[in-house]
Ligand binder design. Structure first.
Ligand code: SAH
Ligand code: SF4
Ligand code: F3S
Length: 455
């Protein structure tokens, strides 16, 4: 029998930034318990899949990975197998029936409780933790993938009821962290040398609604905009980003704050999902395409160069060709720097999955191809404006395809490559003259390294 301190773990993460952030915290807990990282899952004594169920193909991927490790457990009886995240929450005990080799099934709200759940597993139990809980403040140190950029959760869960979406079912109701806890985490990151923070929430504009306190006029004291003002001057941090914004709650006050606060990057991720008002209604999104356009206009009035990214769904139940064309028109008119597109996938426990007006796979994949074609053209057009310009790039890593180059992002979130030594440049802000453009990335020549605004 191996002792606990020699055990090795591997985590595979599927899905969104929330899951990536949760995985980093769970990795921190495992290292605290004496586990060591194993790059190769086949050498690990503990395997954790942090799963996503946003679309059917995401869920199926999990089962194929899991099947392989479940087999391995027949030869290695002391292998600990964990399914965490959104599939775990959705399937709960049904997962144990499907894969009896599992030791632990734990929903996303339980990520910070990994240690106590595992202790119960090591006592010989098969554990399912999917009940709704108050998310405990984090006391462990995440094992972060990057030394330059870091995620910080500000609000967990989602209270919206978009008719296609599993997230409220699997992530639970909104729970905001206190501004003090968020600032303390960012201050610690600043001390550790991190330069860029991305604040995370499924619907970040909902931040603070569940926290007590109002102004004399009755406005909530703790809106997301207030949070930005409260944390923007943390020493050592050069850049602040946030995601995801919801058009229903997005305010001009937030736009002003972003224009005013120098560390906040001029990049907005505001999913619109559809460019057709009837479909937006069927999706229960709570805004019209006209309102969405007004938001983008306002952003561009304050920050003409701001980059805009979004998500869109094609082939939603009942979507006609004309309605799909309204989405294409929106993409054409706005010109997104990046657009994540997906064909609608019916999800268990969501209203739209039960509707009888589902479209065929052929129609969905044809529309997906058509929108992606347009997205590429528009992104390339948007890239043009960078040509010849000097952009500030925060260096994150080596370019894995060309080790003589480093890679980082512009303030507008464009991936940028240029010649340089990662050992010298990691975590530095470098002024780069852009000499080559592609739809989603740039190449340039370094001009000078900027001294940080704060130390
Ligand atoms: N909270 C964010 C998005 C969360 S899910 C928001 O409100 O915009 C990320 C993206 O997945 C969504 O923006 C949507 O475009 C896509 N998505 C969600 N459910 C989907 C489904 N059932 N089929 C296809 N795409 C879906
Ligand atoms: Fe899903 Fe809508 Fe919540 Fe986004 S806002 S996570 S799409 S329910
Ligand atoms: Fe997927 Fe869960 Fe995120 S379903 S997209 S990992 S919130």
């Amino acid at each position: 029998m191996t002792t606990l301190s020699q055990r090795r773990y591997h985590i595979t993460t599927f899905g969104c930034q929330m899951n990536k952030a949760d995985s980093e915290r769970m990795a921190g807990i495992l290292e605290d318990m004496g586990f060591e990282w194993s790059e190769d899952p086949n050498n690990a004594d503990l395997i954790l899949y942090n799963t996503c169920t946003i679309r059917d193909n995401a869920e199926q991927k999990v089962y194929s990975y899991l099947g392989r490790q479940a087999k391995r457990k027949h030869e290695k009886a002391d292998l600990t197998l964990i399914v965490a995240g959104c599939v775990a929450q959705q399937e709960g005990e049904a997962l144990l029936r499907r894969v009896p080799e599992l030791d632990l099934v734990m929903g996303p709200q339980h990520a910070n409780r990994l240690k106590e759940l595992l202790e119960s597993v090591f006592d010989g139990n098969q554990v399912v933790a999917t009940d709704a809980v108050h998310i405990i403040e984090d006391i462990t140190k995440p094992r972060r993938d990057s030394k330059v950029t870091a995620w910080v959760n500000v609000i967990y869960g989602c209270n919206e009821r978009c008719t296609y979406c599993v997230v409220p079912n699997v992530r639970g109701v909104e729970q905001s962290r206190t501004p003090e806890a968020i600032r303390a985490e960012i201050e610690e990151l600043g001390r550790q040398g991190y330069k860029e923070i991305t604040l995370l929430g499924q619907n970040i504009d909902a931040y603070g609604r569940d926290l007590p306190g109002t102004t004399p006029e009755g406005r909530n004291l703790h809106t997301f905009t207030d949070l930005l003002y409260y944390i923007h001057d943390v020493p050592g941090i050069d850049r602040l980003r946030f995601a995801t914004s919801h058009p229903r709650y997005f305010t001009e006050r937030l736009i002003k704050a972003c224009a005013e606060l120098p560390k906040v990057c001029e990049h907005f991720h505001i999913p619109f999902q559809s460019g057709d008002n009837e479909l937006l209604k069927a999706m229960s999104r709570g805004y019209t395409q006209e309102k969405y356009r007004r938001i983008i206009d306002t952003i561009r009035r304050y920050m003409p160069d701001a980059s805009i990214s979004a998500d869109a769904i094609v082939g939603f139940p009942g979507e006609t060709e004309a309605q799909f064309e309204n989405t294409l028109k929106l993409v054409e008119d706005i010109g997104f720097d990046l657009l994540n597109t997906a064909a609608y996938s019916p999800r268990p426990g969501t209203p739209a999955a039960l509707w009888t007006n589902q479209l065929s796979e052929e129609v969905k994949s044809d529309r997906l191809q058509r929108i992606n074609h347009l997205v590429n053209i528009k992104a390339y057009e948007r890239s043009q404006r960078y040509f010849g310009r000097i952009e500030e790039v925060l260096v994150e890593d080596q370019n894995l395809k060309d080790k003589t180059q480093v890679m980082g992002r512009t303030c507008g979130n464009r991936l940028t490559f240029f010649a340089g030594d990662i050992n010298e440049l990691k975590g530095q802000l470098v002024k780069v003259k852009i000499t080559e453009i592609r739809a989603f990335s740039l190449t340039g020549e370094p001009i000078e390294v900027r001294q940080p605004v704060s130390v």
